[in-house]
Design a protein around this ligand. Structure first.
Ligand SMILES: C[S@@+](CC[C@H](N)C(=O)[O-])C[C@H]1O[C@@H](n2cnc3c(N)ncnc32)[C@H](O)[C@@H]1O
Length: 238
């Protein structure tokens, strides 16, 4: 197992239930950052998913899997963290959700869409990740992923131009032990990785807060409508 996988495993084991509560109970951070900031852009790029065969790459506690199933998609998924997957299965008892890494996707079939929300920055080796995605994606299939907005790196006083390990602040997290490394990439590096791996870019979004957040979380709305923190890429396999 690679070093990046080990660190993710250790950290999500500490926080799976907490993470799920943060996402599903009303809480400024969970609701704001995911439901009102990342999800609206990703769902927009996913478009109409009715009858689409979708693989949820890094499905976490199964929040997207549940939502996309409700929208008529045929969803399967995987995640590296057994603790996150237990919750995903509890939430989606009839879906096929497996333990597995993005470096070795635990499926041997083809999907119309691979979707991955806030996962790819945990993977250091994108060439290996793209090889695996290509293996399970139909020709002309779509890969949609959300990740840290490359410009966000500078919010934390870091250096934009160096691709390196960084630590995202989980500001509401009381568990001091949770410190997950993410791998920052510049726009240049992301675009090169996409193009050299046989994909074309068909759409892109800087995540902008949903207008519902203006009333519910005015402080966060103001901050993140001025300085982006996430972005979503829509790719097509050539
Ligand atoms: C921020 S959570 C997002 C979960 C889910 N995609 C969502 O948006 O609700 C990130 C997830 O990525 C998973 N993950 C991190 N590295 C992974 C890897 N190498 N392979 C598969 N899953 C991974 C973690 O275990 C965690 O569940």
């Amino acid at each position: 197992m690679k070093e990046d996988e080990k660190e993710v495993l250790k950290n999500y084991a500490l926080s799976a239930e907490k993470y799920h509560n943060m996402r599903t109970k009303e809480n400024p951070y969970g609701w704001f950052f995911n439901e009102l900031l990342e999800m609206p852009s990703t769902l927009k790029l996913l478009g109409n998913v009715k009858n689409k065969k979708i693989l949820d790459f890094g499905c976490g506690t199964g929040i997207y899997a549940k939502l996309l199933t409700k929208k008529g998609a045929k969803v399967k998924g995987f995640d590296i963290s057994p603790e996150m997957l237990v919750i995903a299965k509890r939430e989606n008892p009839i879906l096929e959700l497996k333990i597995g890494s993005g470096y070795k996707i635990p499926f041997n079939e083809k999907f119309d869409i691979v979707t991955s929300s806030l996962v790819v920055h945990y993977l250091k080796d994108w060439n290996k990740m793209f090889d695996e995605i290509k293996r399970v994606l139909k020709k002309g299939g779509v890969f949609i992923f959300s990740t840290g907005n490359p410009v966000a790196e500078m919010r934390f006083g870091k250096d934009y131009f160096h691709d390196k390990k960084t630590y995202w602040p989980w500001s509401d997290n009381k568990n001091k032990k949770m410190k997950i490394p993410a791998y920052h990439k510049t726009y240049e590096q992301i675009i090169k990785d996409i193009l050299t791996n046989g994909f074309e870019i068909v759409d892109y979004k800087d995540c902008f807060p949903d207008k519902k957040a203006k009333k519910l979380f005015p402080k966060e709305y103001k901050e993140f409508s001025e300085k982006p923190i996430f972005c979503v890429w829509k790719l097509k396999l050539k």
